[in-house]
Design a protein around this ligand. Sequence first.
Ligand code: ADP
Length: 360
Amino acid sequence: METLSESLFYAALRQVIDPDLGKDIVTAGMVRGLSWNAETQLVALTVQLTTPACPLKGYFTERIQAAIRAHVGENWRVEVQFTAPSLARGADTLPQIGAIILIGSGKGGVGKSTVAVNLAVALNRLGARVGLLDADIYGPSVPILLGLEQAKPTVQEKDGRPYLVPLSKFGLEVMSIGFLVPAGQPTPWRGPMASNTLRQLLTETLWPELDYLIVDMPPGTGDIHLTLAQQFRPQGVVIVTTPQKVALADAEKALRMFQMPLVQVPILGVIENMAYFWTSQLPTQKFYIFGQQGGHRLAQKYNVPFLGEIPLMEEVVSRSDAGVPVALEEGMPMAEAFLNVAGMLVRSLARHKHNLVAAS
Ligand code: ADP
């Protein structure tokens, strides 16, 4: 048997490929704190993931185990721990927030808010610290979707200035213009006023340290989108659409707006909501009532990731109305769909971040 040395372990670990980076985990600099005990045949290491809430922990553990057994000895046990770097956006505004991710759509009513809330829950279930900002200031629905209609944020002083304290619900830190405007009251703001309000909501909220701040944007393209893109440098935007032609046409406009030189927010991907109707009474059937694969095609046309499909299900409506997001329900197919999409999203973000690093 080859004498045990660090290089033997590293040779084994070089067999484990990160599917997003297309590199082995040693070359990608992801292996930390390798140690082993030949007597007990135990090796321990830490893998630095590319982004918090990365869904590949099980994948890496399995492959590392197999590689060590194949290269070092079949009785070896492996202990793998995971860390993730802070996504630090630099010392600009909101330095305590790792990544700001916008959820946008072309049209209203495509399920943008539903997706934003459930994605936030799913990211939290994957292990990330998540905030949710309801920036849909013309029709804030986050208070209803999270059962927070009666809630009011408190005010706390910091460095002599008053800040709003976000509300905590289902593991999320939440702020919405809906908490500040009486329910049912319209918010007929003009562009500049709307942008100002949003800027205040972002900067005058006492956000704790977060990996991700999910921002539910107003539909369409306008001043608010420009303000956010230029002043807060979000890490990316996700476009939500249904497969219907009219929704797709508007989603395409929104996507192109985020790509414009003045805006330039990276497109992390497209989510197709209400992709097909599904009911547990006819579990083998999918009803494509709004057409098929429109979201896929949009993603292909602009060469951006397709993050997944969310079916149209009655449960989404009943849970939304009850203020309990479906993504919270363990084992429910709908919750799994949101966990998958959340996993795809953080992987897209990691790939994007890596490309930026490699290119600079
Ligand atoms: P938007 O933010 O784009 O205006 P909402 O999230 O408010 O859209 O959703 C509009 C309506 O569609 C709501 O009644 C919501 O419950 C419903 N809805 C959204 N997504 C789904 C889905 N996947 N299945 C069933 N109903 C959905």
